[in-house]
Design a protein around this ligand. Structure first.
Ligand code: DOR
Length: 444
């Protein structure tokens, strides 16, 4: 394995920003210090004062393999992730077939071992009828159990209250939920169908998948978790109102945590006019006030983790009429640079961003030896140029679906290089062709 010396880097880690050299050997960070020029390295990378941070650990992606590989697969989407500075991901179970058995989980790990460019973990899916599998789950074998409390791509909703309670009571690992209330959504859909027929305008998506639908379901998840003692992580909060259900402050010690996603932090209802179905997702992108509320909650600590919910669909699928157009958008390739806009705008500090994208997901999911720039930890690193813009239109899009909701945007920062487990996976616009992602280990 190649050894590396990264010199003159502005490292941002654990709340501290300092100039450091970083020496990497055997896949891990061997030393971090002011001057390591004496270290014998196969390759020296002069960071030239640019920013070096721990790679993003994305706790929510849909990579579509097996069964939906016309939209994306583990190889294609993990390549895009690496080009965007995501070094590890946790992948969702709404594939085809859904990941609701141990055999299917093992099959995903097998595929990823051969093809993943980033480090990987997989969720076991909760279902109405797999409580025995969940009870027997080895806590090291999955990053978490995912429960769709509202239906979305793949119809994996757990709609049996007894099954839900069993999962919340017996899951040996963190339970991550998608919270939306289906009866409210169905009622709203019927109401708008009476007026618009099948041609409901996309701008009504947040009125259908409404604030109330999110709040009701999130409140139920939080209440159940309190009753059952569940380690609960509520995914992709999309409304300011739901934030009332979470507590501020440090994540450690919390039983119940929350995640927000890059698109809910960047887009708002006013963007439906230009982007249409391309930004149709579940839960829906809501109002500008909601977006601002979510951003403020990052700083206050009500939102602990930022992920992507990367969910590719083909353009042909997306361009169907509202009711048939699938929800979800591809995000991993520009997730980090889009989040850095909030730093540029002074809404978030760089150490806060690193906490939400790397440190916090590592701690929340008990990821072993990753998520920090620490001696002895795996070298999952991203070199960022805060002054070099990313013009999305000029870039190669690595997603199999071939499009991005960020077309037409210029972000202020760019990803210069990404190192995955000590392997230089991406530098200066070029991806290494060897998939060298490793399986995430969970210290639990
Ligand atoms: O918009 C979404 N798309 N939300 C989800 O919960 C699922 C995802 C997908 O898999 O397409």
């Amino acid at each position: 394995m190649t050894s590396f010396l990264i010199t003159h880097a502005m490292t941002v880690n654990e709340g501290v920003s300092t100039y450091h050299d970083v020496y990497i050997r055997g896949g891990r960070i061997e030393a971090i210090a002011g001057n390591l020029s004496a270290k014998p390295a196969d390759r020296v990378i002069d960071a030239g004062g640019r920013t070096l941070i721990p790679g993003m650990i994305d706790d929510q992606v849909h990579f579509r393999e097996p069964g939906l590989t016309h939209k994306g697969n583990i190889a294609s989407e993990s390549r895009a992730a690496v080009a965007g500075g995501i070094t590890s991901y946790m992948e969702m179970p709404n594939t085809n077939p859904p990941t609701t058995t141990m055999d299917r989980l093992a099959e995903k790990y097998r595929i990823a071992e051969e093809t993943s460019f980033a480090n990987y973990g997989f969720y076991l899916g909760g279902a109405n009828d797999n409580i025995e599998t969940i009870k027997r789950l080895d806590p090291k074998a999955a990053c978490g159990v995912k429960v769709f409390m509202g239906s979305s791509t793949g119809n994996m909703r757990v709609d049996d209250p007894a099954a839900l309670e069993q999962i919340f009571t017996h899951s040996p690992v963190i339970v991550a939920t998608h919270c939306e209330d289906d009866p409210i959504i169905e009622e709203n859909t019927r109401r708008f169908q009476i007026i618009h027929g099948e041609d409901i305008p996309i701008a009504l998506h947040p009125a259908i998948r409404s604030e109330e639908a999110c709040y009701r379901s999130t409140a139920l998840a939080v209440e159940l978790a309190r009753q059952c003692g569940t380690r609960l992580h509520v995914l992709h909060l999309s409304t300011a109102k739901e934030l009332d259900l979470f507590s501020d402050g440090l994540m450690d010690g919390k039983q119940i945590t929350a995640e927000a996603c890059v698109h809910h932090l960047l887009f708002a209802g006013t963007d439906y006019g230009e982007k249409g179905n391309l930004i149709k997702c579940n839960p829906a992108i809501k109002t500008e006030m909601d977006r601002e509320g979510l951003l403020a909650a990052l700083a206050s600590g009500k939102i602990d983790v930022v992920g992507t919910d990367h969910a590719p669909h083909t353009l042909e699928e997306k361009h169907q009429p509202y009711l048939r157009s699938p929800s979800g958008l591809p995000l991993v390739q520009h997730a980090l640079v889009s989040l850095l806009e909030h730093v540029h705008n002074g809404v978030l500090t760089l150490p806060q961003l690193v906490e939400k994208t790397a440190h916090a997901p590592a701690r929340r999911f008990n990821v072993k030896d990753r998520g920090y720039l620490r001696e002895g930890y795996w070298a999952d690193l991203v070199l960022v140029d805060m002054e070099q813009p990313t013009v999305v239109d000029d870039e190669k899009i690595y997603y199999r679906c071939g499009w991005t909701p960020f077309a037409g945007r210029t972000f202020h920062a760019s990803v210069v290089a990404t190192m995955v487990s000590g392997h230089l996976a991406y530098i200066d616009g070029k991806l290494d062709p060897d998939p060298k992602g490793r399986r995430l280990e969970f210290d639990r």
